[in-house]
Design a protein around this ligand. Structure first.
Ligand code: IMP
Length: 195
């Protein structure tokens, strides 16, 4: 089954490709179509946004399309920044991390989780939806240089290092994205038959 990875985020695409490499799927990236279009993320949930993106590209290119919408939810910030994770500071990943540290100054509850919604949409509008999580805490300083986004601040439960220190071998086993992809893999045959 051939599937379009509907994302311009190179970090996500790399992780998705790696996580799906042993599956029966073959991938096409948006670069094949020279597509640089951003779909407006107007949804209030990760699933709504991933669905918007997946349906948009499935319609446009008449092929099954996989979209990921993900982010971090911090308990003490009323589960924010959530779907606004990417746009949190308006100035990119590093500034997002600094803003998060700032907002949590003096706050002892550092509980947080990463969430990944992955939606595969077919050109007729049928969707398959998967959601993965990883729980952890927000550290007090940025540590590590692997991964992306909030990885330098996020310490997964059961570990003492941030996701950016732990690196891709551990991340690919425990991450929110890995968790969602694991569920997707359990439904690959169903999706292939649907097609
Ligand atoms: P999206 O592209 O709208 O889904 O935004 C995802 C944003 O959530 C990214 O820009 C990161 O800030 C954050 N995020 C999602 N997944 C991860 C991850 O695996 N590690 C660190 N940050 C992540």
């Amino acid at each position: 089954m051939k599937i379009l990875i509907a994302s311009h985020n190179e970090n996500k695409t790399r992780e998705l490709n790696h996580l799906l490499s042993s599956s029966k799927l073959t991938f096409v990236g948006l670069n094949v179509f020279d597509n640089h279009e951003a779909v407006e993320e107007t949804g209030k949930t990760f699933i709504e946004n991933a669905t918007l993106k997946a349906i948009h590209f499935a319609n446009k290119y008449h092929m099954p399309s996989l979209a990921d919408d993900s982010g971090i939810e911090v308990e003490a910030l009323n589960h924010g920044p959530g779907v606004y994770s990417k746009r949190y500071s308006g100035k990119g990943d590093h500034a997002n991390n600094l803003k998060l540290l700032d907002e949590l100054q003096g706050i002892t509850n550092r509980r947080a989780r990463f969430v990944a919604a992955i939606v595969v949409a077919f050109p007729d509008g049928k969707t398959f939806t998967f959601e993965g999580h990883v729980n952890g805490t927000i550290g007090f300083e940025l540590k590590g240089d692997q991964g992306f986004g909030y990885d330098p601040l996020f310490i997964p439960d059961g570990y003492y290092q941030t996701m950016a220190e732990l690196g891709s071998i551990v991340k690919d086993q425990i991450s929110h994205r890995a968790n969602a992809i694991k569920q997707l893999k359990e439904h690959i045959d169903e999706m292939a038959h649907y097609q």
